[in-house]
Design a protein around this ligand. Structure first.
Ligand code: NDP
Ligand code: GDR
Length: 370
């Protein structure tokens, strides 16, 4: 039985990947950070009582900023595969915490690689590094592929650039089977609530149900190549099953603006919205509300711009070419943007209907602590 160690197992991708590897018969180990409240919501359904014998899923406390901790866990687990998904993954927040981001996203990757090398696991342990389309940043070339030059535009992007190259370097210098997956944006109902897609789909549900008045967004013109996380974790695994280590772009090849994503998400709930005005004065208003259950007046303003969400340096357009992954890994995404938006909106509607029901019956919401 193969053993996998996942950093960032409590995150969106970590949860889908853990499910996939358990289905494939792996023993799955994950590193979780200590937090003052439970932070395992996305993987609670996978929990196995550590007091039982032969458990296949185990969590270890740890942090990418702590080399001794990482070294001890790797020594204990002796993994066949490490998936380094842990990161301070929010681009805007990286401008507020640049040093921390460099430490965790950049040096954290080095710590893992160096632990594998020092422990003498260079031949045994294969490593997947969560690289990102943010590496491309400001490049003019589109679509972007494995040969496109990098030009990161945030402390997050720059930290991930270091992680990308140190992964390549350890592969070349020490013959470690280490791969970079250069993943374009991928989303799901498990996406963190402050990334723009989930922020929008939550707001659609909350506004439709009368729980929120208005949604504040930043740059509506930004264009992203959005796929589904469930598709992307399949390719992470495939990368580590090849004969030779290599780097691969994963993307859908279809680009959508934030404005268009918002229109699609509201449309999924039967609400047609239209945009008018320019720059920070732009607003999104209800044009038609087809669903009689949702009390939204025609002409009501649902979206406004808050310049605080603008980034000091923005990535305007990302569009990926995943031809190499298609040819060499036999990978292709199953979801398109329409299916993705639908799944996210329906999941948020269901969640907030429950919240509303609780509220209507005098109970506080599911995440409320007295
Ligand atoms: P999430 O933000 O959902 O998850 C990040 C994970 O990293 C969480 O488990 C988080 O723990 C953990 N983490 C944060 N800081 C540390 C630390 N100091 N030590 C150990 N673990 C830490 O990200 P995603 O699942 O969306 O992304 C997974 C990886 O892929 C990330 O590295 C991200 O940068 C990268 N990526 C993501 C893309 C996307 O579109 N989703 C695209 C390209 C790359 P906690 O739950 O405690 O916060
Ligand atoms: P991104 O994702 O920065 O691409 O990084 P995010 O969803 O945060 O932003 C996408 C685009 O939307 C614009 N935007 C807003 N973004 C947020 N978060 N909130 C807003 O209110 C808002 N309004 C407009 C942004 O300016 C941006 O252009 C994600 C992360 O998962 C990274 O970890 C990963 O590496 C990249 O995707 C690929």
């Amino acid at each position: 039985m193969k053993k996998a160690l996942i950093t960032g197992i409590t995150g969106q991708d970590g949860a889908y990947l853990a499910e996939l590897l358990l289905e494939k018969g792996y023993e799955v180990h994950g590193i979780k950070r200590r937090s003052s409240l439970f932070n395992t919501e996305r993987i609670d359904h996978l929990y196995q009582d550590p007091h039982e014998k032969n458990i296949k899923f185990k969590l270890h406390f740890g942090d990418l900023s702590d080399s001794m901790n990482l070294t001890r866990i790797i020594q204990e687990v002796q993994p066949d595969e490490i998936y380094n998904l842990g990161a301070m993954s929010h681009v805007k927040v990286s401008f507020d915490t640049p040093e921390y981001t460099a430490n965790v996203d950049g040096t954290g990757t080095l710590r893992l690689l160096e632990a594998v090398r020092l422990l003498g696991f260079s031949e045994k342990t294969r490593i997947y590094q969560a690289s990102t389309s943010e590496l491309y940043g400001k490049v003019a070339e589109t679509p972007q592929d494995e040969k496109t030059a990098f030009y990161p535009r945030s402390p997050y992007g720059v930290a991930k650039l270091y992680a990308y190259w140190i992964t390549v370097n350890y592969r070349e210098a020490y013959n470690i089977f280490a791969c970079n997956g250069i993943l374009f944006n991928h989303e799901s109902p498990r996406r963190g609530e402050t990334f723009v897609t989930r922020k929008i789909t939550r707001a659609v549900a909350r506004m439709a149900l009368g729980l929120q008045d208005c949604l504040y967004l930043g740059n509506l013109d930004a264009e992203r190549d959005w796929g589904h996380a469930r598709d992307y974790v399949q390719a992470m695994w495939l990368m580590l099953q090849q004969d030779e280590p290599d780097d691969y772009v994963l993307a859908t090849g279809i680009t959508t603006s934030v404005r268009e994503f918002a229109k699609m998400a509201f449309a999924e709930a039967g609400i047609e919205i239209g945009f008018s005005g320019k720059g920070t004065e732009e607003v999104g208003k209800v044009i038609v509300c087809e669903n009689p259950d949702f009390q939204l007046e025609i002409g009501k303003t649902l979206i406004r711009i808050d310049p605080d969400y603008h980034r000091p340096t923005e990535v305007d357009l990302l569009c990926g070419n995943a031809e190499k992954a298609k040819t060499k890994l036999g990978w292709k995404p199953e979801y398109d943007i329409k299916m993705l938006v639908k799944e996210m909106v329906l999941a948020d509607l269901e969640f907030f209907k429950k919240e509303k029901l609780l509220d209507a019956n005098g109970f506080k919401g599911l995440n409320y602590h007295e």
